[in-house]
Design a binder for this molecule. Structure first.
Ligand code: ADE
Length: 230
């Protein structure tokens, strides 16, 4: 069972993604439990303030240290986390290796930033891993958290059936997946490669591997050159 807590500023953004298809099934099978916590409940005063102006000036607000620390400590009192992950554009770019690694953990906390980010001292004190989902800036970390949870959730042992096995995914062996086809064998004058209809499984596997290599060389040569680390 993997428990993922998400500390969010806009929890409503996370209502949809986990109530459908594979992740929903994972939750039903008790292999995954996702809980969204609203940071604002830890805010100050009548307005439940969670952000303030940046020291040194400049546009944009910063999430204050205290509400974040209060939330994190309350959650930690319910059990220790394997990783406390801050979603941020200046984090390490998320990839399949990180997803595989995280899918084997038992308790994760994802912290969603907003505005200009969170007070740096919270990163120093609590955060053990910083993840970006790509070189672009989202309005908050919630959608990034949804991406990370989806990628991790489907890899938890027992979540996927054989038909949807993650072993043949793109990136799983640092190669892009080969092209796929389904019925009919001829569609609008376009046919399926003969080899796929041949019934020779070993030859089909070889063809798929060749296609994967060719695709990767053509579209993502960087994957072939990559020395992977987490
Ligand atoms: N928050 C804002 N932009 C982000 C990104 N690209 N990845 C992760 N978290 C973010």
């Amino acid at each position: 069972m993997l428990e993922i807590d998400i500390l969010a500023v806009v929890p409503g953004l996370l209502e949809g993604p986990f109530s459908h298809s594979i992740l929903h099934r994972a939750e039903e099978k008790k292999l995954l439990k996702v809980r969204v916590i609203d940071l604002r409940t830890f805010g100050y005063g009548n307005h439940k303030q969670i952000d303030d102006y940046a020291f040194g000036g400049g546009a944009g607000m910063v999430l204050m240290a205290q509400p974040l620390a209060d939330a994190i400590r309350m959650l930690q009192s319910q059990g220790q986390y394997d990783e406390i992950i801050y979603l941020t554009p200046d984090g390490k770019t998320f990839n399949q290796h990180m997803a595989n690694h995280l899918s084997l953990k038992s308790r994760l906390l994802l912290i969603c930033g907003h505005y200009k980010g969170i007070d740096e001292r919270v990163r120093e004190k609590f955060v053990t891993m910083e993840i970006s989902i790509g070189d672009y800036v989202l309005s908050g970390g919630e959608l990034a958290a949804a991406v990370v949870v989806d990628a991790i959730g489907r890899l938890i042992p027992g979540v996927l059936s054989d038909e949807t096995s993650a072993l043949t995914d793109s990136f799983q062996d640092d190669l892009l997946a080969p092209p796929v086809y389904t019925r009919p064998a001829e569609w609008e004058g376009m046919t399926v490669p003969d080899i796929l209809l041949s019934g020779h499984q070993a030859k089909i596997d070889e063809w798929r591997y060749e296609q994967s290599l060719e695709r990767t060389r053509d579209r993502r040569p960087d994957l072939l050159a990559r020395e992977d680390s987490l």
